[in-house]
Design a protein around this ligand. Structure first.
Ligand SMILES: *Cc1c(COP(=O)(O)O)cnc(C)c1O
Length: 446
């Protein structure tokens, strides 16, 4: 593969953009390929190389790169009417009504411009509503580039995970391991009346894909109720993907107090949203006292794209298609690994998938988890499958990044460049695409 133009573009970018990229995860080593355009399930780079794409913009692209005709028409029409106004438009109401109809816990919703802005606003809202300061987060969880959640360490020795964040801010954030009921119980007991909210992804989507153990979220819900803290589901990645239009909360049967959205809800355009019970969401200004505002919020082009996307998904076989392909790729990978790398773990659900290069020494992934680890307690390797962020950190992360990713790229398959980020199948992928991908996996594990 020739990468002459990508190399030259990256060389230029390094002089004017920090690290040459506008989002750190894109800085693939030794240098990223620059995308010229998308084509269905494929992307074509600046040197004309074609890749089957499972990155899908890191989550927003449910249909792949060609928007279905009604979505394309809605976007073009909104853009040609003039980009935005600083006054409300009908399409914001339409999208809000659509979301409240389909997502069980959402009665009211405020649109913002990114997943990060959604979690910032949700945390402020929870603090304003409860009059408490502390939030509990999961180690290995990701809630965007924001001060309250860029925190690492344990709940009694936490520190900012980025330079530029005062240590004093980190004091208000209490990380606990995902899937560890006892750890959560202890932290909630210790800080009882100071905890505004527990902020959790229903499935860890940015650290390997880790599913909840049976009843974990039910327990989290009950523990929050006991101390009067809010439960915030960060569904930025799972929203309108896992569980279809009802989102992961519908699939798991959990009613969070607040939910953050992003990615798919904007149909490929910049977006975020905070939804939940009216009583809480109405605390946002101007209805209530928690300040929230944004020049671009509820942007008409984004709202039109999001609404047309969700309507198209409601009226077509989108979720059946992507979930079936998800099962096909996960069970195919599991069969390949059973023979060649039984210590590895296939994870994911619906249209999310990943292989975690775990160092499991128990038996191969069982039939119960044939289409991705389900954290099934009866599974023979239950104790070896990753339960939280640290378990994923212990995998052969370098092998993914330095050997596996480049080998797959050479075969024309574009995966997420590190061990941690989820991968996605889209409506544009076909069974043949999946078979081709499995052949490439097979060659690597030969
Ligand atoms: C992507 C993501 C975010 C951040 O969204 P941005 O739009 O990148 O700011 C927050 N939470 C989760 C779970 C995400 O996957």
């Amino acid at each position: 593969m020739n990468h002459k133009r990508s190399r030259a573009l990256y060389d230029r970018a390094l002089s004017v953009i920090p690290g040459g990229v506008n989002s750190s995860v894109r800085a693939i080593r030794p240098y990223p390929f620059f995308i010229e355009r998308g084509d269905g399930a494929h992307v074509i780079d600046a040197d004309g190389n074609r890749y089957l794409d499972y990155v899908m913009g890191y989550g927003p692209l449910l249909f792949g790169h060609d928007l279905p005709e009604p979505v394309r028409a809605a976007v073009q029409s909104a853009a040609s009417d003039g980009p935005m106004y600083g006054a409300p438009t009908e399409v914001e109401v339409d999208l809000a009504e659509f979301v409240t109809r389909h997502v069980p816990s959402v009665e009211m919703i405020r649109f913002v411009n990114s997943g990060t802005e959604a979690t910032v606003s949700a945390v402020r809202l929870a603090r304003g509503y409860t009059g408490r300061n502390k939030i509990v987060v999961m180690e290995g969880g990701y809630h965007g580039a924001q001060e309250s959640t860029l925190v690492e360490g344990s709940h009694d020795a936490q520190r900012p995970s980025s330079s530029g964040i005062p240590q004093a801010f980190a004091r208000h954030t209490l990380p606990v391991p995902f899937n560890d009921e006892e750890a959560l119980r202890a932290v909630l007991a210790e800080h009882r009346d100071d905890i505004a909210a527990v902020l959790v992804e229903p499935i860890l989507g940015n650290t390997g894909i880790v599913a909840p153990v049976d009843d974990y979220h039910q327990t989290v819900r009950e523990l929050c109720d006991e101390i009067g803290a809010l439960l915030i589901f960060d569904e930025v990645i799972t929203g309108f993907r896992v569980g279809g239009l009802q989102c992961a909360q519908g699939k798991f049967g959990i009613m969070p107090d607040l939910t953050t959205f992003g990615k798919i809800i904007g149909g490929g355009f910049p977006v975020g949203a905070v939804g939940g019970r009216t009583e809480i969401v109405e605390e946002f200004t101007p209805a209530g006292e928690v300040f929230q505002s944004g020049t671009f919020s509820g942007h008409p082009v984004t709202m039109a794209a999001g609404l047309a996307t969700l309507q198209f998904a409601a009226e077509n076989d989108v979720y059946d298609h992507v979930n079936a392909l998800g099962d096909q790729i996960r069970s195919g990978m599991r069969d390949i690994l059973a023979d060649r790398a039984p210590e590895y773990t296939v994870v994911g659900t619906d249209s999310m998938f990943k292989t975690i290069f775990t160092r499991a020494d128990s038996e191969i992934q069982s039939d119960d988890c044939e289409t991705g680890c389900q954290q099934d307690r009866s599974c023979t390797r239950f104790s070896d499958c990753p339960k939280n962020g640290s378990d994923v950190q212990c995998a052969e992360t370098d092998r993914w990044e330095r050997l596996f990713w480049p080998a797959m790229k050479e075969q024309g398959i574009f995966l997420t460049a590190n061990q941690f980020e989820s991968q996605f199948v889209s409506y544009a992928h076909t069974e043949t695409d999946i078979e081709e991908t499995l052949e490439a996996y097979k060659m690597f594990f030969e």
